[in-house]
Design a protein around this ligand. Structure first.
Ligand SMILES: [Zn+2]
Length: 194
């Protein structure tokens, strides 16, 4: 009688253990599956994110001209061997341009430097640069002419400097025409006679 009781209790315990074991194994398998699913979803999300990040970083890597950007135009003139350097703030139609877009707008120019804040373009041209001047007496005042490589003069501006008050030797010089190269030198000469 006592032996049967013990066998009975052991059988019940074994049954309970096997039930719990069954539940445990089932749960573990299920959890593993759902974990795997989670991992796949996470991987998908991660890939999407990294793809987005890549897209963002490519577009930000591609440099664009900022609203504070400056354009430096360097133009070399073969016949006088001068380089004219013109620094101008980026115009509205150039702001946000990429290097490629700028190249289209500056066809004929080489892009020497391209950053968002500073762009340098370069071009070689025939002839004289536009900073070859002749100061000449014209209708009693000094007038400034530009002169090209063939000696052709074009009136640029008339000044208010009257020649009648100048010393005779200077009057003679301006009758012949005084050649000056460079805008700053032109200003210096004119200031001397003002
Ligand atoms: Zn020149």
């Amino acid at each position: 009688m006592r032996k049967e009781w013990i066998i009975g209790i052991i059988a019940v315990i074994l049954l309970i253990i096997s039930i719990f074991l069954g539940i445990y194994v089932y749960n573990m398998k299920h959890t593993k599956d759902s974990n795997m699913l989670d991992n796949i979803q996470l991987a998908k999300i991660y890939n999407q994110n990294s793809l987005q990040n890549e897209l963002i970083s490519t577009s930000s890597l591609e440099e664009r001209i900022s609203p504070n950007g400056v354009i430096i135009e360097k133009q070399y003139f073969k016949d006088c061997d001068h380089i004219i350097r013109n620094e101008i703030p980026a115009e509205e139609n150039l702001i946000n341009c990429t290097k490629e877009e700028l190249a289209k707008k500056y066809s004929g120019w080489d892009i020497e430097e391209f950053t968002s804040n500073k762009v340098t373009v370069y071009k070689e041209s025939e002839g004289f640069c536009p900073e070859h001047y002749v100061i000449r007496e014209n209708n009693g005042v000094l007038a400034v002419y530009t002169i090209d490589k063939d000696g052709l003069e074009t009136l640029k501006q008339e000044t208010e400097i009257q020649t009648m008050y100048l010393p005779p030797e200077d009057i003679e010089k301006f009758k012949q025409g005084m050649q000056v190269v460079g805008s700053s030198q032109l200003l210096d000469v004119l200031e001397d006679f003002e």
